[in-house]
Write a protein that binds this ligand. Structure first.
Ligand SMILES: NC(=O)c1ccc[n+]([C@@H]2O[C@H](COP(=O)([O-])OP(=O)(O)OC[C@H]3O[C@@H](n4cnc5c(N)ncnc54)[C@H](O)[C@@H]3O)[C@@H](O)[C@H]2O)c1
Length: 316
């Protein structure tokens, strides 16, 4: 129940279909704060939760713990929302997928960007062929690896790419098709981790693009942007704040400005949480499945292998 746990908690509180029962939080001060704030119980084990009739859990702990907690929760028959990254190793991701497929539980991974307004608009424009993408450029930077404190510890995060970069790999495939081939360059500039990355990508739809991700740029905006290039057309976003669409050489540029919307809404968390609950109640497949979570981990795993072994070409 840290930063993102609280974001989900606030959304779930507003969902009339949900009863919030309790939290498991390792830090005593934090546990006291959230149990008071949200008027919920504190549990120490998943078994206690199960015995209280709880049906679904959110895993919102640091990355390294996801596999163990999510595996236990699935085995005990809870529906699970697991924050990204689903796991920090490919073998764990495959194992967890097997656990999920072996149980009749819903499992959603926290790739919230597909619910964010800027990306929903762009995806709709692609699906309706308002723009036909030929190439693209992506950037996903972080200002620092200082906050939360564990974010610079690759033993906990799995590495910088498992942070926000992973989100945009997910978006690249969501928009442009599966990555078929990728050239990967990485170096350690500021931190004891590969903190500067450049990728050249070709997808199964023969769409080509570049992707740069740095961990240490400061928070100058826009730190997150996808530029989609069509025939004399372009779409681009400034984080979750704005989307610009120019539909032709002499066309006015349309600006869709979401900056005044609440953070949890424009970033997609509200719809993400509602859709998880809907998938449980209506017995539907979640929008971001365990296989999707596995795929994102697979891409990042391949990038680290390429960087470690100095073998830049990755083929899927
Ligand atoms: N999808 C998104 O946009 C998004 C945004 C932020 C964070 N995240 C992900 O959410 C996760 C949490 O990130 P955060 O920024 O909220 O971190 P945080 O440090 O603010 O919160 C983590 C909380 O987990 C608690 N904790 C640690 N180990 C525990 C355990 N074994 N059992 C119970 N509680 C434990 C900590 O005490 C802390 O309160 C990370 O995996 C991160 O990548 C996703």
């Amino acid at each position: 129940m840290g930063f993102i746990g609280e974001v989900h908690m606030k959304n779930l509180m507003k969902d009339e279909r949900v009863d919030l029962i309790g939290v498991m939080e390792a830090n005593n001060d934090r546990a006291r704060y959230v149990t008071n704030k949200f008027n919920v119980k504190r549990f120490l084990t998943l078994e206690e939760m199960r015995n209280s009739g709880i049906e679904a859990v959110y895993i919102t702990t640091p990355n390294r713990t996801h596999f163990e907690l999510a595996s236990q929760a699935v085995k005990q028959g809870f529906h699970v929302f697991c924050e990204k990254p689903m796991t920090i190793s490919l073998s764990d991701a495959k194992t967890l997928r097997q656990y999920v497929l072996g149980k009749k539980v819903k499992f959603q991974v926290g790739h919230n960007r597909i619910f964010a307004y800027v990306y929903k608009y762009a995806k709709h424009a692609i699906d309706t062929r308002e723009i036909i993408p030929y190439s693209f450029q992506v950037k996903m930077n972080r200002g620092e690896l200082l906050n939360p404190p564990w974010v610079s510890d690759k033993n906990i995060t799995g590495g910088f790419l498992f942070e926000s970069t992973l989100h945009l790999f997910y978006i690249v495939e969501y928009f442009f098709g599966k990555i078929k081939e990728m050239h990967v360059f990485a170096k350690k500039s500021i931190y004891d981790d590969f903190d500067d990355w450049a990728f050249v990508i070709k997808t199964s739809s023969e769409i080509i693009g570049t992707f740069v991700s740095s961990a240490h740029t400061g928070w100058m905006v826009p730190f997150e942007r996808v530029e989609i290039y069509g025939k004399h057309m372009m779409i681009s976003n400034d984080e979750m704040e704005r989307l610009s669409f120019n539909r032709g050489l002499e066309a006015e540029t349309e600006i869709h400005d979401y900056s005044k919307m609440p953070f949890e809404k424009k970033w997609g968390y509200v719809e993400e949480d509602r859709s998880f609950i809907t998938s449980i109640l209506e017995n539907k497949q979640p929008f971001v499945t365990v296989s999707d979570g596995l795929r994102a981990v697979e891409i990042v795993d391949a990038c680290y292998k390429a960087a470690r072994e100095n073998e830049p070409v990755v083929k899927f």
